[in-house]
Design a protein around this ligand. Structure first.
Ligand SMILES: [Zn+2]
Length: 507
């Protein structure tokens, strides 16, 4: 018997992936577009996810020796001009402050006045402004390494925006470090990439590929850019974090010099690395389903929705008492390193309405507390990763154990799902025709949908990369560290290649 399955999100992923994404955000009440073009309002449920990302990563940065500081949002244009590649890379998306006040325009309105002698750029990234401070802070090899992180907002004037994935203003962290040698700086670059990969896998339940970007995809001004890349459910890649080895480029631009062990002055070696509110977009697109948001327990703002069900005052009293008892059980209770939060939902809505509300928000567990259950000292436990009909009765006495076990299983379940999805949609391709077929949309209504990741040979020529990009809108996302050396021929030109790269469409 086939039955039309009810889904909470319209359209479904299969019908219109891009619209589905917007609807998931709306149904979970995470964020909305503001009146300011390209800027988003992050609502409490979305912001709480960002706060969890911040808290966990901040602990990891601290453990690896970094300290937080804060630098100005305004960067003098002259600072920016010091690194040529850098300015070229960001010039097209800079917000520039040119005036300092408003004046009566004589027509009942206001006009900008007080033109600045030097314009300021609203930071699109902070290498140059932080470099100006570092030049003062670093004098001797004894001052190194200098390991700083900043949590801040960033402005990049984007023409096409999408909540969390690409917005004109977004939130991020940017690590900036200074080292004595190239080796030390490279070690730091790789170490922080590993921190990001660990965070993505263990907290966001997103498997990521780690490796290097090609010359054309690297950060403007960097010597090497390393990244974590994840596959979304539409099989496109999402760059989820980057770590840059900057060589001495920015040290020269900002005059970061130190006296070495021999007493001579030399330029230092720097790195920078960052992740942003884009990670929330990754989280949504990696896990969510046609019923709404799906949240791995280790990053969820809340873990348990408590849903009391009763018909009269007498039942209400007994049921709410049991609810408070359960709240008490989870007071200051931890799931591994994560504090468990519960949400008592006693709103005047049907049980079904309240259940769907929390399903759409992605809360990992729902506990229904009804009079019959309470009489038997039990509750009904439902998991977001299972069908609603799979809810089961759990004695209150066993609830803590059962919840902890379920949270672990849900976390693993999401990771394993995402991993097998990526594996099923990654293919080694050596034939050019097959490569082109792989990236050609099968369905005209979903032009974005295509094969997935292709592991194919690339000779290293920028022209070959460019041709693939022009023909298919496919780019090299990453050259994975763990990709073995092997002889092959470039997918674009047929010349000899020693290694495969990961090609994909991307956000
Ligand atoms: Zn080639």
């Amino acid at each position: 018997m086939s039955k039309q399955k009810r889904t909470a999100i319209e359209p479904t992923r299969a019908d219109n992936y891009a619209e589905w994404y917007q609807q998931v955000i709306k149904a979970a009440d995470m964020a909305e577009n503001s009146e300011v073009r390209g800027c988003m309002v992050i609502k409490p449920w979305g912001y709480a996810i960002w706060e969890n990302i911040q808290r966990v990563l901040d602990g990891m940065f601290r453990e690896t020796g970094h300290r937080n500081a804060y630098f100005p949002i305004f960067i003098p244009k002259s600072y920016f001009e010091k690194e040529a590649e850098h300015v070229e890379g960001f010039a097209k998306e800079c917000a520039v402050v040119t005036h300092s006040r408003l004046e009566d325009d004589g027509k009942g309105g206001l006009k900008a006045a007080g033109e600045l002698t030097e314009p300021y750029i609203v930071r699109p990234t902070s290498e140059t402004i932080i470099g100006a401070s570092f030049a003062k802070w670093v004098n001797s090899y004894r001052d190194l390494p200098l390991l700083i992180n900043q949590w801040a907002n960033i402005v990049r004037w984007e023409m096409r925006t999408r909540l969390f994935l690409r917005t004109t203003e977004f939130l991020w962290q940017e690590g900036h470090t200074v080292h004595e040698t190239a080796e030390d700086a490279m070690e730091e670059t790789r170490k922080m990439l590993d921190v990001y990969a660990k965070f993505a896998r263990e907290y966001l339940a997103i498997p990521v590929l780690t490796g290097e970007k090609t010359e054309s995809e690297k950060f403007p001004g960097a010597v090497n850019t390393y990244c974590i890349e994840a596959m979304m459910q539409d099989k496109k890649a999402l760059q989820s974090g980057t770590s840059h080895f900057l060589g001495q480029n920015f040290a020269q631009a900002s005059q970061i010099k130190y006296q070495n062990r021999e007493g001579d002055f030399e330029y230092a070696w720097t790195t920078s690395w960052g992740v942003s509110t884009r990670l929330i977009g990754a989280l949504i697109m990696a896990h969510s389903d046609d019923n709404g948001l799906v949240l791995p327990p280790k990053i969820a703002p809340s873990h348990i929705a408590l849903i009391p069900i009763y018909r009269d005052d007498e039942e209400k009293k007994a049921v709410l008492e049991a609810c408070h008892e359960i709240e008490e059980i989870f007071q200051r209770q931890y799931f591994e390193d994560i504090r468990i939060y519960t949400e008592l939902d006693d709103r005047d809505l049907t049980g079904s309405e309240r259940n769907w509300y929390w399903i759409k928000k992605g809360i990992p567990l729902r506990i229904e507390v009804g009079p019959r259950d309470v009489a038997q000292r039990a509750v009904m436990l439902a998991r977001r990763d299972l069908e609603a009909r799979d809810k089961k009765s759990v004695p209150i006495a066993d609830l803590k154990e059962e919840v902890l076990k379920s949270l672990r299983e849900i976390q693993d379940h999401y990771y394993n799902n995402a991993l097998s999805f990526r594996e099923e949609n990654t293919r080694k391709i050596d034939d050019q025709k097959e490569f082109y077929r792989y990236f050609t949309p099968k369905n005209v209504n979903q032009p974005e949908i295509h094969g997935g990741f292709a592991a194919s040979h690339w000779c290293g020529a920028a022209a070959c990369e460019e041709k693939i990009k022009e023909d298919l809108k496919v780019t090299i996302r990453v050259i994975p560290f763990d990709m073995p050396e092997e002889a092959g021929s470039c997918i674009a030109c047929g010349k000899a290649s020693q290694k495969r790269a990961i090609f994909a469409k991307s956000y």
